[in-house]
Design a protein around this ligand. Structure first.
Ligand code: PLP
Length: 390
């Protein structure tokens, strides 16, 4: 099929839940994508923070192909090595106790919500099931996770929503204290709100959340679906804040390109779910886990330091450009607040010029592959500089 045929059939045969850019993607290597016409693009999106090592990284491809040729799937009724190895790595890198695997960020957050609700109704002893989330958060597209998502836009049409969520303005410590009560079982936060506009939580607010959770015996759930897997220069973004979450949720970048999600639990939360409480057919899939092991096992201190250095290089290149009002985020998760231009127009101009970018609300968002080469990074930044110069 050529590009025009693909676009035509897409418009006729696929439910229109996505506004797509005018690129028909065909293949990629590293941070370079090729479309069906042979045009090349520098990729500053990583498939929204998924392709941590870029397109078709040799080690990741080898790990995935070897596992696919050995045993592609078996149910969770049996033991397998790849998911055990991944759980071992994730707990080692967080100092937490146990992991559970599913297939997406939304499912990871569903799992955390179920853990919190069961903790509230069994361990706390009082009927405690309310979860506080933040305004401008994003936690997924399932019924419970759109309810958890603190953006009105997601709360149209799909009534009735799941009961038991309340929303706090990020930074509003007094407001959070007012929302707290004996019926609260958890507070769920992103350390940097991704879809909400690459908004960093401030340290004082984060400490207040942590203290309130301890004082009120409720769980601290950190949604690291976008910020995890080395994206911010630490394995998980909460590690910048010295936090001790009870449940960490992950997905996107951990798999390096295959669907995987999950939660990591501390000692307090790791035995709340028992056989029959929760599960999913594909959770812990050997191929997805083999890919994730190849990703996570390479995220050592030197790798994370390189992510930090590349993040600094990006920020230095952007500072002072005509259109740049402010830069947010950490490491290689970058939000660019523009002065006059519209983020969507910058992204479209980027496509013309051979650079793939993301938006987040009114910002331009960058999530380049963590392993991007210096040459690709420089090439992408040169194009970006042109786009952000009046
Ligand atoms: C993308 C995202 C999700 C949802 O993940 P899916 O895999 O699309 O279900 C949840 N939380 C955050 C912070 C995200 O960025």
């Amino acid at each position: 099929m050529n590009g025009e045929e693909i676009k035509k059939i897409e418009s006729e045969k696929i439910v229109h839940t996505y506004g797509r850019y005018d690129v028909v993607a065909e293949s990629g290597k590293g941070a370079t994508l090729k479309d069906v016409n042979g045009k090349e693009y520098i990729d500053f999106t990583s498939g929204i923070g998924v392709n941590s090592f870029g397109f078709c990284d040799d080690e990741w491809v080898k790990a995935v192909c070897e596992q696919a040729g050995k045993m592609q799937h078996i149910s969770n009724l049996y033991y397998t090595e790849p998911c055990v190895k991944l759980a071992d790595l994730l707990t080692e890198k967080t100092g937490m106790a146990k992991a559970f695997f599913c297939n997406s960020g939304a499912e990871a957050n569903e799992t955390a919500i179920k853990i919190a609700r069961k903790y509230g109704s069994t361990v706390k002893g009082v009927r405690s099931n309310r979860i506080i989330t933040l305004i401008d958060s994003f936690h997924g597209r399932t019924m419970a996770t759109i309810t958890a998502t603190g953006q009105d836009h997601y709360h149209e049409f799909f009534t009735p929503f799941v009961d038991g969520f309340s929303y706090c303005q990020p930074g509003d410590i007094e407001g959070l204290k007012k929302l707290m009560g004996a019926d609260v079982c958890a507070i769920m936060i992103e350390m940097i709100q991704g879809e909400g506009g690459v908004l960093d939580l401030d340290g004082e607010f984060v400490s207040a959340i942590s203290n309130l959770c301890k004082e009120n015996d409720c769980l601290l759930i950190v949604d690291e679906v976008q910020t995890g897997a080395g994206r911010t220069g630490k394995m998980f973004a909460y590690q910048h804040y010295g936090l001790e979450p009870d449940v960490v949720t992950f997905a996107k970048g951990v798999g390096g390109g295959l669907p995987i999600g999950g939660v990591i639990c501390n000692e307090k939360t790791c035995d709340i779910l028992v056989p029959g409480d929760h599960g999913t057919t594909f959770g812990g899939n050997p191929v997805a886990c083999a890919g994730a092991v190849s990703v996570v096992s390479r995220m050592d201190d030197a790798f994370l330091a390189a992510v930090t250095a590349k993040g600094e290089k990006i920020r230095a290149a952007l500072a002072g450009l005509d259109e740049v009002e402010a830069i947010s985020g950490k490491g290689m998760m970058v939000g660019i607040k523009l002065k006059n231009k519209k983020a969507g127009d910058v992204v479209n101009a980027g496509i013309e010029a051979g650079l793939l970018l993301l938006t987040a609300k009114d910002k331009v968002r960058l999530l380049p592959p963590l392993s991007i080469s210096d040459a690709e990074l420089e090439k992408g930044l040169e194009i970006l500089k042109g786009l952000l110069t009046a």
